[in-house]
Design a protein around this ligand. Structure first.
Ligand SMILES: [Mn+2]
Length: 333
């Protein structure tokens, strides 16, 4: 089984390398509300392609979160409504489905070949080539394998972006997707000059005063279900106004809900600027698969980390979500 998977991975990477060799113009994109893995992976792939002399254009719908702007060339990522250019190849990274890209390009008419590189369990195979590996901790890890197979030495700025992808997608090497392999890869990246301490400060210790105040308001909304297994947090638009925090500073707030002893699922509800719509993030410990719950509401994600958007008033949405979680908990047993 292991061997067969390895062979398959080798095959798909070979096909991708062939497409790269045979084409000239490349489009790279990833999901809306980008995270450390999607940003890191896009920058690394762009660097890889440019080193091979290719013409590369990266575009996203949403801006690079401030905490990832220290990555070299992060300003090369264009923030656009629509891309009006043609490309030979489009790389779509870290997207379980094409909707996640946010409709910034007409892939059917503007691109000849779509390559999907992802690690979501339920990833739709929307590409002409699909390098989808649910066992990989991150897309960064999948790209690492492409470098190895291409026999291209990883340079320091690439090592940094790969490191950030693996670090953030494994929740600082704490989530269930943290494997011996992640650590082996990261050992090599660190040996190329990456400082875990410096990166940690950039990514996790860059809270602003408004951001910390927003965290404090958010924590004060904590509600725990009677059985102590579900913890809920809420962020309102009013709290943003009061504190002046940026929207991208709430990254990670949901983890606090899960950090309570005995809690199995942490949920963060966030009012969006679309009226009557809440953004809901889930984190679970152990068995409960929150990606299934998110999917019920049109979202998605991973087993222990997922999200979706739900229409409705706060109380109504809370009840719906609580019901869905207890049903999933019953099914899980
Ligand atoms: Mn990812």
């Amino acid at each position: 089984m292991q061997k067969r998977l390895k062979r398959e991975k080798k095959k798909i990477i070979n096909k991708i390398l062939k497409v790269i060799r045979e084409n000239r113009t490349f489009f790279i994109s990833s999901h809306m509300k980008p995270d450390g893995d999607s940003i890191g992976a896009q920058l690394v792939l762009a660097s890889f392609l440019r080193r091979l002399g290719k013409d590369v254009y990266i575009a996203n719908r949403d801006p690079v979160p401030v905490i990832y702007q220290f990555l070299l060339h992060s300003s090369d990522i264009h923030i656009v409504e629509k891309v009006e250019r043609n490309f030979d190849v489009a790389f779509i990274l870290d997207c379980g489905d094409l909707q996640r890209v946010g409709n910034i390009i007409d892939l059917k008419n503007r691109v000849k070949i779509i390559i999907n590189i992802d690690h979501h369990v339920d990833c739709e195979l929307f590409g002409d080539y699909n390098y989808v590996e649910p066992r990989a901790s991150s897309v960064a890890e999948e790209l690492y394998d492409i470098f190895k197979q291409a026999h291209l030495e990883i340079i320091e700025e690439e090592a940094l972006a790969l490191y950030v992808g693996i670090l953030t997608d494994t929740g600082r090497f704490q989530e269930a997707n943290t494997t011996p392999r992640c650590h082996e890869i990261v050992a090599e990246l660190i040996s190329k000059g990456i400082s875990p301490q410096v990166v940690s400060q950039k990514v996790y210790e860059a809270r602003t005063e408004p951001g910390l105040k927003l965290l404090s308001l958010t924590l004060s909304t904590l509600e725990v279900t009677a059985d102590g297994k579900i913890a809920l947090l809420l962020i309102t638009q009013d709290m943003y106004k009061k504190t002046g925090a940026r929207d991208d500073e709430v990254e990670g707030f949901v983890n606090f809900a899960r950090e309570m002893e005995g809690v199995e699922v942490g949920v963060l509800f966030k009012e969006t600027n679309v009226s009557n719509q809440l953004r809901v993030s889930f984190r679970s410990k152990g068995k409960i698969d929150v990606s299934k719950i998110a999917r019920l509401f049109g979202g998605g994600g991973h087993r222990n980390a997922a999200g979706c958007a739900i229409q409705g008033a706060v109380e109504e949405v809370k009840q719906k979500v609580l019901k869905a979680i207890s049903q999933e908990a019953d099914n899980t047993g």
